[in-house]
Design a binder for this molecule. Structure first.
Ligand code: COI
Length: 349
């Protein structure tokens, strides 16, 4: 590992009491290039621009994938990464689908740990703030033939961040546009999945919503996921979430919540939830609550559902499941309760 440190940290310029999501970056980043069939020596260097050719492959064909993960500062001051192995595995599943060579575990884990060790002071302490970690991989060859790149760049950025959504989320059930289809790349964290969602999301936002709820590409009858998160609802006291498929991102927050709920004996059903069922439950007062689950979004309550010009209100109980499960997850992350699932990966300076 080559390490070149900044001469002067920028940390004193940052207002940690008012952190936006994903706009502030720490002093350093990790970068490693893949050329001639192998990964080179990783480098930690000051955060800054990556000079690139206008013919850089990823700019033309979107051969790029990313991850979103978080590190927390526990109450005892130790910094701890939440489920890094799960993100590592998912990065390489996404990479495989996008014909990008896998990142070796040692590069990902050791690189991440050394980077966090260097920027340790940047990890904020608190309930709703953390160090958002953005590993990404992109095609870097300088050619514009439409075939896989020959060289790639792996990079990790660290961004101390506040909450992604500032309050409860209003969602619109989407019936025209689709996020993913059978056999597509919906399960992967492919950069283009997000870029392609911006236009329908902007239309929904212009109509007063925060996000879209995607429905299946065939009939728009099955609830799939939301723009930046998986979705769950509690209907008649049962936690329901759509089952994973190649159209749905395998959320690590989603998986963590399912694990905790099953462990607590809470009734859980992973399977189809139709738009009709959801709206009928909401109208009949059987929809107890609904929320999004994601690394950036954490657990975000959904307060309104828009469908065909109608708005249905959703309860957001302060003593509901989303509040209690968020607290239980936060207690593990901040070291307030035993890490019984072995999810936290402590990093010592
Ligand atoms: C995450 O939750 O980490 C995501 O990747 C969502 C992101 C697009 C903000």
């Amino acid at each position: 590992m080559k390490i070149s440190k900044v001469n002067q940290s920028r940390i004193n310029e940052v207002d940690f009491s008012n952190l936006p999501f994903g706009k502030v970056f720490t002093d350093h980043m990790l970068i490693c290039t893949y050329e001639n069939g192998q990964w080179g020596e990783p480098e930690i260097r000051p955060y800054g621009p990556i000079p690139m050719s206008p013919a850089t492959h990823a700019l033309h064909y979107g051969q790029a994938v990313f991850e979103g993960m978080k590190a927390y500062r526990k109450d005892n001051g130790v910094v701890s990464i939440f489920r890094p192995e799960a993100n590592f595995q998912r990065l390489n599943r996404s990479a495989e689908r996008m014909t990008i060579p896998p990142v070796p575990r040692e590069l990902f884990m050791d690189g991440l740990i050394q980077l966090i060790q260097l920027d340790y002071d940047w990890v904020p302490a608190g309930e709703d703030i953390s160090l958002y970690i953005r590993p990404f991989l992109y095609a870097s060859s300088e050619f514009i033939a439409a075939r896989p790149s020959e060289s790639y760049v792996f990079c990790i950025l660290l961004s101390p961040s506040g909450p992604y959504y500032s309050g409860a989320v209003k969602v619109k059930i989407e019936e025209k546009f689709v996020r993913s289809a059978d056999g597509g790349v919906g399960f992967a964290k492919a950069a283009g999945n997000y870029g392609a969602a911006f236009y329908p999301t902007r239309l929904a936002q212009e109509a007063g919503f925060t996000q879209i709820i995607w429905t299946d590409h065939k009939n728009h009858q099955l609830i799939e996921e939301s723009g930046t998160m998986n979705v769950a609802m509690v209907i008649d006291g049962v936690f329901r979430t759509p089952a994973l498929s190649d159209r749905i991102l395998a959320g690590i927050t989603r998986d963590s919540i399912l694990t905790m709920l099953r462990d607590q004996g809470y009734p859980v059903q992973e399977g189809p939830v139709t738009v009709d069922e959801l709206l009928t439950a909401a109208r009949e007062g059987r929809l107890n609550e609904m929320f999004g689950m994601g690394t950036a979004a954490v657990i975000s309550p959904i307060s309104h559902i828009g469908y065909r010009g109608q708005i249905v209100e959703v309860p957001t109980p302060t003593d509901g499941l989303s509040v209690s499960i968020k607290k239980a997850l936060s207690d593990i992350r901040l070291g307030r309760t035993a890490d019984k699932y072995g999810w936290m990966h402590d990093v010592f300076r």
